[in-house]
Design a protein around this ligand. Sequence first.
Ligand SMILES: *[C@@H]1O[C@H](CO)[C@@H](O)[C@H](O)[C@H]1NC(C)=O
Ligand SMILES: *[C@@H]1O[C@H](CO)[C@@H](O)[C@H](O)[C@H]1NC(C)=O
Ligand SMILES: *[C@@H]1O[C@H](CO)[C@@H](O)[C@H](O)[C@H]1NC(C)=O
Ligand SMILES: *[C@@H]1O[C@H](CO)[C@@H](O)[C@H](O)[C@H]1NC(C)=O
Length: 380
Amino acid sequence: MARVVPLLLLLLLVVWPCPAASAGRNDDPPGASCYKRLFSLGDSITDAGNLASVAPNTSVLAFPYGETFFRRPTGRFCDGRLIVDFIAEALKLPFLTPFLAGKTAADFRQGANFAVSGATALSQQFFKDMGLDLAILPPFSLDVQLEWFKRVLHLLGPTEKERQDIMSSSLFLLGEIGINDYNHPFFQNRSFVDEIRPLVPKVIEKIENATKVLFGLGAKTIVVPGTIPVGCMPRYLTMFQSDNPGDYDAAGCIRWLNDFAEEHNRALRRMLGQLRPRDDHPGVAVVYADYYGAILEITRNPLKHGFRKDVALTACCGDGGPHNSGTLIACNATSVLCPDPSRHISWDGVHLTEAAYQFVAGGVLDGPYAAPPILSKCRC
Ligand SMILES: *[C@@H]1O[C@H](CO)[C@@H](O)[C@H](O)[C@H]1NC(C)=O
Ligand SMILES: *[C@@H]1O[C@H](CO)[C@@H](O)[C@H](O)[C@H]1NC(C)=O
Ligand SMILES: *[C@@H]1O[C@H](CO)[C@@H](O)[C@H](O)[C@H]1NC(C)=O
Ligand SMILES: *[C@@H]1O[C@H](CO)[C@@H](O)[C@H](O)[C@H]1NC(C)=O
């Protein structure tokens, strides 16, 4: 025993440097006093009201969005809480104020959420140059969200010293971002081989640049999620349905779409792996969050995790049809609505239910879907 314990401690210290300033004491509840703030960037998987602030007519501001937890629409593309909300809860932080809904430093004292539904990693101009219709492609890409972050950082910390303290005691959730870089051209019938697949290295480079900007400002811990298994999402299952059984895996997901998501995630991990051991950034950590693996697990083994098997590939809220997801923005007050969203994985055909997000968040906070899990740092 005496020899095992120090070795384990040593291993933990090696993978997760524990800066004295932010490490919780052993008798604190997990998560308490671990990070003083949480900042998130991304798209509708993480947006808690930014798009709704600038587009008050969006469908996400009507019933049944929000019905499960908040009992009212909040601007989240979900029936309840998102992954970022569960992370905030676990860190004993309040739900983050969406940047576009806040005004003063007090609104952002414990963090801010810069994610915007529909947002891309690459700039809006990039897609304009591709000739895409920009009607639902907001001008709030990753670079814009980083500029917003810098404004909040200066609001919270007028001096360089204060800003350094803020950066080093905050957790950053950089994503999910990237899925819309592919979604927008997919939904506008662009060629997968000639136009969509070649975007991967550019999207990854954009995420790399954003990660470096945050590290350059003094961030110590950045969680970067990969993309989700789009081949299992009802909207895609409808859009790319096929008569060839070979196009589907054993769970009924479309293989080539999931292969594509994996290609993006492999490139992302490779990039993050090359960032990791940086002599010029001692004590920093970048963590890959495997949203893909978590969602695939509940899709393949729904019963084991409390989900219904018969609707694992069917939206809870939609406009009917085999996957209850016939059109892009399918969920509104006239929709076919399932009786119990907690047993569905997909909420509206594109986004997941609170129950599914809770499973993903648990796997990122406690493992096995992040290495090291976020909360492991809080138990130093
Ligand atoms: C928003 O909805 C209101 C009420 O339905 C309507 O009068 C208004 O024209 C809409 N605005 C936009 C920009 O669509
Ligand atoms: C894409 O193709 C489908 C099927 O051919 C068509 O119904 C839809 O209108 C097209 N969408 C766009 C944006 O061109
Ligand atoms: C990433 O940053 C480099 C160096 O500043 C720049 O040359 C490159 O264009 C950036 N990449 C993207 C996709 O913005
Ligand atoms: C609700 O969604 C359906 C299709 O999913 C659409 O035809 C209808 O116009 C939408 N209703 C409202 C009020 O947005």
